[in-house]
Write a protein that binds this ligand. Structure first.
Ligand SMILES: NC(=O)c1ccc[n+]([C@@H]2O[C@H](COP(=O)([O-])OP(=O)(O)OC[C@H]3O[C@@H](n4cnc5c(N)ncnc54)[C@H](O)[C@@H]3O)[C@@H](O)[C@H]2O)c1
Length: 248
């Protein structure tokens, strides 16, 4: 029997209450990781606790709140090997002229600023331990301009830049940083079409090109691979995990 890939390793997973984050937490626990699952929904985390028992420690809180980040760091007494920045929200497919400030601020704050703050807080421990692996969840919308509204598209392109810059600065310290870019995945994410212009312009493109909807486990598998030592020479990659959508 091969040694489990995450034996004696702690991995923080955000958005662990649902969808891709939940599947990632479950997969990591099945490979002996000690999982720290973070989500704004206490109710969803309780269900994860029921599934994983003592393999998971959960922290309920909004990641845009620095207090939540501080609580995560307080739980890393035995160091941290991995960080999966999965939590994220969609916009309402609003094109630029239709963006309201509230949507813009919330999408950028959850998808980008919270990711930066948690990564910034975790990095010193990874560096001190001689290495680690960070995986950010981007999106097909981070690869082009025709998969979401402007706020979400901007946030995910920024996630890619954040991933590359982090990889550039910290790979020499043993910390790898990569991103996965999912296509459509069957989760609880809300994606309301709030713009007629977007419906008119994006609708036909999506209808013609959208691949089959993936299961969250397919994303978890790629994320966990990047977190593991099997990807030991991979850093700064933005990996489409989208059933070939980016190739269209
Ligand atoms: N589902 C898709 O089709 C799809 C496609 C491309 C990219 N993504 C990305 O995948 C990631 C995961 O999304 P999902 O589809 O699994 O959605 P999901 O809604 O099922 O899960 C996301 C989880 O993140 C949590 N969350 C949201 N905001 C938070 C905050 N401020 N603080 C703490 N927790 C918060 C939610 O409560 C939820 O449990 C997101 O970054 C999303 O942009 C999803």
């Amino acid at each position: 029997m091969a040694t489990p890939r995450f034996q004696n390793r702690t991995v923080v997973v955000t958005g662990a209450g649902s969808g891709i984050g939940r599947a990632t937490a479950i997969r990591l626990a099945s490979e002996s990781a000690r999982v720290i699952g973070v989500d704004v929904s206490r109710h969803r985390l309780r269900s994860l606790e029921e599934e994983l028992g003592s393999s998971v420690v959960t922290i309920d809180g909004d990641l845009t709140d620095q207090l939540t980040i501080d609580r995560v760091i307080a739980h890393l007494r035995t160091g941290v090997h991995g960080l999966a920045n999965v939590a994220g929200i969609m916009d309402g497919f609003e094109p630029t002229a239709e963006i309201d400030d509230e949507t813009w601020d919330r999408v950028l704050s959850v998808n980008l600023t919270a990711m930066m703050r948690l990564t910034r807080a975790v990095l010193p421990q990874m560096i001190a331990a001689g290495g680690g692996s960070i995986v950010n969840v981007s999106s097909e919308a981070g690869l082009r301009g025709s998969a979401a509204g402007t706020a979400y598209t901007t946030s995910k392109h920024a996630v890619n830049g954040f991933t590359l810059s982090t990889a550039f600065f910290y790979t020499p310290h043993g910390v790898r940083c990569n991103a996965v870019a999912p296509g459509p995945v069957a989760t609880n994410i809300e994606a309301p079409f709030r713009s007629e212009e977007a419906q008119r312009r994006l609708g036909p493109i999506m209808q013609a090109t959208l691949p089959a909807i993936a299961k969250p486990e397919a994303l978890a598998s790629a994320i966990v691979w990047l977190l593991s030592d099997e990807a030991s020479d991979v850093s700064g990659a933005i990996l489409p995990v989208d059933g070939g959508w980016a190739a269209v």
